[in-house]
Design a protein around this ligand. Structure first.
Ligand SMILES: Cc1cc2nc3c(=O)[nH]c(=O)nc-3n(C[C@H](O)[C@H](O)[C@H](O)COP(=O)(O)OP(=O)(O)OC[C@H]3O[C@@H](n4cnc5c(N)ncnc54)[C@H](O)[C@@H]3O)c2cc1C
Length: 478
């Protein structure tokens, strides 16, 4: 930590607090992990998030090395009424992990995972990325229900609901959490499960980071892999009408072990696609079959034999490898803007719009994406947890991605226009974790629906002063 005589941090009442050197020294003594100030080695790494559209400067960062550091930091923040922010993987598109002038809890040094293969439970610390959990659970032939990109943080994903290749079989990620350790606004460590602090447990499974700092998550695990049938098949975009029809038909009858994705985008410079196709518009089906391999090979055969693909890497492969295939097309440090809706079905009129808007993509990195979700999540009651959206069968994501600030307007406009035109096909619901910075209360309502009122009550009990507010904030009420 640099020797500074004082520094200003934002307070919860909107004022600024002058943190004098002796106060900072005293705080440092209460920590095991490093306390970083602007200019310190690692400070910029901590404050930088995945989406380069977001550039905020916290006042100070604690790189927590254990639950005790989290407790000490929350208590310190409360003592001086400081604004707090919490960074898991920093992947949230709206940059909710970081806030100007805040005390940031950077959880990224807490990446331990403990697997109980007998009980089929993994306990993961909340700085973990998906790859950390996959790596440890796959040692035992098990997997948690997590997302599609291995570098995504598990915590923001889980607190907002979460979905991935196993969702059709087992439901939202949050449906598969059996317990969480939480440091409350009072700086106390509590456990939340269906038997202990059940109201808090309910709120945490979809209501985001509104109720405390989560330090550990217990996930239910399932036998998966070590090999699955997974990967992608690509065709030129001129084949899109037929490929979308294939997707639609297959998705409607697919067993839960099969999850199908569809993307339209300029072909990325991936080694499995011919060089002369790079940058040209393509349509891609992605698949994961996590049941018996021989069955899976038969089930994906119609995809592989359809028309004349320009690339095909839909093969037997380790589950952990499949989980990394989309990492390269979602790098940290590009500019991103998404618009997203849940869909109850895919109808021909939707397919036409999807193809029309994909053809208007403005950047070599953008994509129009469909992900199949239908299955277990549709069978759970709506009030089970705030993740809700139990009628969602697909998610549409209009994912704009580009490199330079001067291209912001045209790329954001593409996503907005496509969304405006395709919103008519929505369930009316959207995914809280895909909301961008400019999406306000109306979109939060769309994401949380009727659960929002109950969440406000849970918030009033566990965080009445709204200490945890750098998130999709739920105001305490009732
Ligand atoms: C490339 C990419 C791929 C994605 N793929 C998927 C996918 O397949 N499935 C899916 O469901 N989602 C996916 N997402 C969305 C993802 O769920 C969100 O971006 C999520 O926020 C990531 O979690 P994180 O820990 O990195 O979040 P962060 O950005 O670190 O934090 C997000 C929010 O969670 C809060 N938070 C973080 N840690 C804690 C904690 N310990 N305690 C309390 N609150 C905390 C933060 O304060 C913040 O409000 C993807 C995102 C990206 C960028």
């Amino acid at each position: 930590m640099e020797a500074v005589s004082s520094m200003k941090a934002k307070m919860l009442d909107g004022g600024e607090f002058d943190l004098k050197q002796d106060v900072l020294d005293g705080f440092k003594m209460r920590l095991k992990g490093p306390l970083l100030l602007p200019g310190d080695v690692g400070f910029d790494e901590s404050r930088t998030v995945w989406n380069a559209m977001i550039d905020r400067k916290p006042a100070l960062v604690v790189r927590c090395l254990g639950v005790a550091d989290v407790v000490a930091s929350v208590r310190f923040a409360r003592e001086y009424n400081l604004l707090l922010c919490i960074k898991g993987g920093g992947h949230n598109i709206a940059g909710l992990a970081t806030a100007d002038g805040a005390l940031m809890l950077d959880m990224s040094l807490m990446r331990g995972v403990w697997v109980d293969p007998k009980e089929k439970i993994a306990h993961a610390q909340t700085g973990c990325l998906i790859a950390d959990v996959d790596r440890e659970t796959q040692l035992h032939g098990l997997a948690a229900v997590l997302g599609f990109v291995s570098l995504t943080g598990i915590t923001g994903l889980t607190l907002g609901g979460g979905f991935g290749y196993l969702t059709r079989r087992f439901g939202w990620t949050s449906d598969n959490v059996v317990g969480m350790d939480v440091v409350t606004a009072e700086g106390h460590l509590v456990h939340a499960s269906s038997d202990e602090n059940a109201d808090l447990f309910w709120g945490l499974r979809g209501g985001g980071g509104n109720f405390g700092v989560v330090t550990g998550i217990d996930y239910k695990l399932y036998p998966v892999g070590p090999e699955v049938i997974g990967g992608f098949v690509a065709w030129p975009a001129s084949e899109a009408p037929k490929v979308l029809e294939l997707y639609r038909t297959l998705a409607e009858t697919a067993p839960p072990e099969l999850t199908l994705l569809l993307m339209m985008r300029p072909a990325p410079p991936a080694p499995w696609l011919p060089k002369d196709r790079h940058g040209t518009p393509v349509v891609i089906i992605g698949a994961c079959y996590s049941g018996k391999l021989e069955e899976g090979e038969k089930i994906v055969a119609p995809i592989k034999s359809f028309g004349t693909p320009i690339g095909d890497i839909l093969v037997r492969r380790p589950y952990t490898q499949l989980q990394t295939l989309l990492d390269a097309v979602n790098p940290k440090g590009r500019r991103y803007y998404w618009k997203s809706e849940y869909l109850p079905r895919i109808e021909p009129a939707f397919c036409e719009k999807f193809i029309e808007h994909a053809a208007k993509i403005q950047s070599p990195h953008s994509a129009a994406i469909l992900v199949q979700l239908s299955g277990e999540l549709n069978r759970v009651n709506d009030d089970h947890s705030p993740a809700g959206n139990r009628e969602a069968r697909y998610i549409l994501n209009l994912a704009a991605s580009w490199e330079k600030a001067e291209a912001d307007r045209v790329n954001m406009e593409w996503a907005r226009q496509a969304w405006t035109d395709m919103r008519q096909f929505s369930t009316g619901g959207t995914y809280i974790n895909f909301l961008t910075e400019d999406e306000g209360p109306e979109r939060l309502q769309a994401a949380l629906g009727d659960g929002l009122k109950r969440l406000a009550k849970v918030k009033a009990k566990w965080d009445p002063e709204n200490v945890f507010r750098t998130n999709r904030n739920i105001k305490p009420a009732g």
